[in-house]
Design a protein around this ligand. Structure first.
Ligand SMILES: *Cc1c(COP(=O)(O)O)cnc(C)c1O
Length: 358
């Protein structure tokens, strides 16, 4: 069998509990968009059934969850595009983030059998989605009056730099958002994982953790164990060849790496066709039989090379971990100049998922 992604349900539940411990007075909207960051949306919804709500990015993700029988409150972070999506949201009881005037106008024009729950999304400084603070009171009142909108209307915003604890722009965002929330007397949601763990004033009524549930640190250069998070996905494959080459032999496409001495080079059945990052450089660690060995040469579509000098006894079929238990995804992401979010989301359809519940 080729590569597997082992998904640890107990770790998911543990990480949800860590989010609750970090924000004991907040309710939890577990973010399971993008196929639960590549872990499988329905699988994650099952393991995280005790969350107070789930969040997805798009209406179709919410519809998919409802059709699969998920009854938990569901928030669509991107809101809706058109009347058809608005009708689906009402039909499937999806909560909507309302972030632009066109959505408000459609809600005001809509004649719907049942109202939808709405979150007014405020741009407190990220400048991605949301109404400026100056418009917030007016839009909030219009939403409250709207027959298509169920009460209560809630408020949300998103922090742009919460992953950097040295960056004061999170404090400036909070300073502009929190007084507004006080004036309107609405329930609020601000914090993603980094906000939940790193910015106490961002916790509010509802937290929106994503990456921490999957057992990865949300912070720059952070590690899961700093926050007692457990990795959920372990990406695993096997050695498919062990070759012996002389000193100076080039290895892989472009011959970018040469054996510094006569040595064994392992070939692992994993590549960018499975979601392993093509930019992982020589030296990126993998675990062969539970012990670290460095990747050598370029990542191919289906294979990578590893330096087996530290494990001359390694054989074809031996297990290799690419990230997960014993090898933080954060470390691989840093080596490949990306973030663990992207590694998880990029897992290819060729990878077999195996659910575990220890
Ligand atoms: C994806 C997302 C989150 C979760 O972010 P993490 O960094 O994964 O915790 C929270 N809020 C919004 C609006 C998002 O888009």
């Amino acid at each position: 069998m080729g590569p597997c992604a082992l998904i640890d349900f107990a770790a998911l539940r543990h990480n949800l509990q860590q989010a609750r411990n970090a924000a004991p007075h907040s309710r939890v909207i577990a973010v399971i968009k993008a196929d639960a960051y590549g872990h499988g949306m329905l699988r994650a919804a099952r393991a995280l059934a005790s969350a107070d709500a789930f969040a997805v990015a798009r209406v179709e993700e919410g519809v998919m969850l409802r059709r699969a029988g998920v009854e938990t409150p569901l928030l669509v972070l991107g809101g809706f595009f058109d009347f058809a999506e608005l009708r689906s949201a009402a039909e499937y009881r999806l909560q909507l983030a309302i972030h632009r005037i066109g959505q408000l106008e459609r809600l005001e024009q809509a004649r719907m059998p049942q109202p939808v729950e709405c979150w007014l999304k405020i741009d407190s400084g990220m400048h991605r989605l949301g109404f400026p603070i100056t418009m917030a009171t007016d839009v909030f009142r219009r939403l409250e009056k709207c027959r298509a909108v169920a009460s209560p209307v809630r408020l949300m915003t998103h922090l742009a730099n919460a992953d950097d604890l040295e960056d004061s722009s999170s404090l400036r965002q909070l300073e502009s958002f929190l007084p507004l929330a006080g004036e309107l007397g609405a329930e609020i949601s601000i914090a993603n994982s980094a906000g939940t763990l790193g910015w106490p004033d961002a916790r509010g009524d509802w937290i929106r953790p994503g990456i921490m549930l999957y057992g990865s640190s949300p912070f720059l250069n952070g590690r899961a164990k700093d926050h007692e998070l457990k990795p959920v996905m372990t990406l695993q494959s096997r050695l498919m060849a062990v070759n012996h080459y002389p000193k100076g032999a080039p290895v892989g496409y472009g011959g970018t790496w040469h054996c510094p001495e006569a040595m064994p080079v392992g070939v692992v059945a994993i590549g960018y066709g499975d979601g392993y990052p093509r930019h992982a450089p020589t030296g990126t660690p993998v675990l062969v039989n539970g012990r670290r060995a460095p990747l050598v040469g370029r990542v191919s579509m289906d294979m990578i090379g590893v330096d087996l000098r530290s494990q001359p006894q390694a054989q074809v079929g031996d297990p290799v971990v690419l990230w997960g238990r014993g090898l933080p995804a954060e470390e691989i992401a840093e080596a490949a100049d990306t973030i663990s979010y992207q590694l998880f989301c990029g897992i290819g359809s060729r990878v077999t998922f195996v659910e575990q519940d220890n």
